[in-house]
Design a protein around this ligand. Structure first.
Ligand SMILES: [Zn+2]
Length: 431
């Protein structure tokens, strides 16, 4: 389906001086004929020379309207309102003739957060902040100057990292004898929520890693990939770690949101990282049930929970001090060792962030008494830095956990207080 919007005649005259506010109005008055059933949109210019689409996994372009021969107004809307301002956009543009095209992004209920990234094949990406030629004071409107030609050009807030690409990565890992993969549940729209288990021990203690509760947070997912690769690798340290520990990994908690290019939520419009009190969503219930299965002989065996996200800078969010946490003092030792390993890198820690009780880390902290960390990577952190630091953080974590007395042994100094042992999928945990 294609969408040819009628062009108000004054647009052609005013195309170079048109104020952003009017662009937003134009975009918001475009008809909805070009919207595809899955929420993406297809658009062709009046002469058919320029096509713009978001009809691919992770795509997001709510509407598009031609405002002159070489200018197009694109509206980006969130999946629900109000919403956290992580305004995700992703579309692909082509032109039958090489030409410079102005793309005017108008955000509804949000503002410009992500510098554009571009790709010619949807797989290899590069930063393209230089495409931004002007922004409105509110950052609700942004103009991009794009060179379009017959080869497709993807433009997105971050590099696309689809559930298929994550599956390809995890399928590669399952070729290793110590990596297993299984579905643990289904999303609202029936997509599989997959889990990896990495271990060489029949009777392990556990670490639990999750990512992509929030779809646009690609740098967090990249950090998770490198972190997990280090744990699954063939280094002597990783082998030793797997002889005692199992790493359980859920790479994409919110596959529907990732598929639809959501800013924040799952297909029910719920922020999954605010659902860890009442567990109203199938995705959070599925993950919770797996966390609760990290036990042996009725005892919880979880030693560390890490939830990967992205924000404006690299930072660890930790819960407020919990005197009964296990392992005692682990986060301080871990962060110090990462800082020592990367002297020029600023390890930033924020205690008490989102101290309310509906995030994953708050639930693990209060319910299991186990160290829980939200590991945030910056939106624009250099990807090579993410690779180095995430891999290094995983190695420091393995060293420190191997130094611990085995969980539940008599000489263990800080036996956790387990306040919940039920793992029933339908149970509502209100504590
Ligand atoms: Zn997040």
């Amino acid at each position: 389906m294609r969408f040819d919007a009628p062009v108000p005649p004054f647009c052609t005259l005013l195309c170079w001086i048109i104020p952003f506010g009017v662009i937003g109005w134009l975009a918001s008055t475009a008809t909805a004929d070009g919207i595809l059933p899955n929420g993406g949109a297809d658009f062709a210019s009046r002469d058919g020379g320029v096509t713009i689409t978001s009809d691919f996994p992770g795509g997001r372009m709510s509407q598009c309207q031609q405002i002159s021969s070489d200018a197009f107004a694109i509206t980006i809307e969130p999946e629900s309102d109000p919403i956290n301002d992580s305004a995700w956009y992703a579309f692909r543009i082509q032109s039958s003739r090489p030409k410079s095209v102005r793309v005017l992004l108008h955000y509804v209920g949000g503002s410009h957060r992500y510098d554009p990234k571009i790709s010619r094949d949807g797989e290899r990406w590069q930063s393209a902040a230089h495409l931004v030629t002007r922004t409105s004071n509110t950052l609700q409107d942004v103009e991009l100057l794009v060179h379009a030609d017959e080869k497709p050009l993807w433009i997105a807030g971050q590099e696309l990292l689809s559930t298929d690409e994550i599956s390809q990565w995890s399928n590669q890992l399952t070729r290793l004898p110590h990596v297993d993969k299984k579905p643990i549940g289904r999303s609202v729209q029936g997509r599989s929520v997959e889990q990896l288990t990495i271990t060489e021990c029949d009777d392990p203690d556990y670490i639990f890693l999750i990512a992509r509760q929030h779809p646009p947070e690609v740098t967090g997912a990249i950090g998770m990939l490198h972190f997990v690769d280090a744990v699954a690798s063939d280094t002597p340290l990783a082998k030793k770690f797997r002889k005692r520990f199992a790493a359980v990994v859920i790479p994409t908690v919110n596959p529907d949101g990732v598929h639809h290019g959501h800013w924040r939520c799952n297909a029910n419009g719920v922020d999954l990282n605010r659902d860890w009190s009442h567990f109203t969503q199938p995705e959070t219930r599925a993950v919770r049930d797996q966390v609760l299965q990290c036990r042996r002989a009725g005892e919880n065996r979880l030693c560390l929970f890490v939830d990967f996200h992205s924000t404006y800078e690299d930072v660890f969010y930790i819960p407020a001090h919990n005197p009964q946490i296990f392992p005692a003092g682990f986060t301080q030792r871990w962060f110090a060792s990462i800082q020592k390993r990367f002297p020029g890198y600023d390890v930033s820690v924020d205690a008490n962030h989102n101290a309310h009780r509906s995030t994953s880390k708050a639930w693990v902290d209060r319910t299991l008494g186990v160290t829980a960390v939200t590991y945030e990577f910056g939106d624009e952190t250099d990807r090579e830095t993410i690779r180095r630091v995430a891999g290094g953080a995983a190695e420091e974590m393995m060293e420190l956990l191997l130094d611990l007395p085995a969980k539940g042994t008599p000489d263990q100094e800080n036996k956790p207080v387990i306040r919940l042992v039920s793992g029933s999928a339908d149970e509502t945990i209100s504590r």
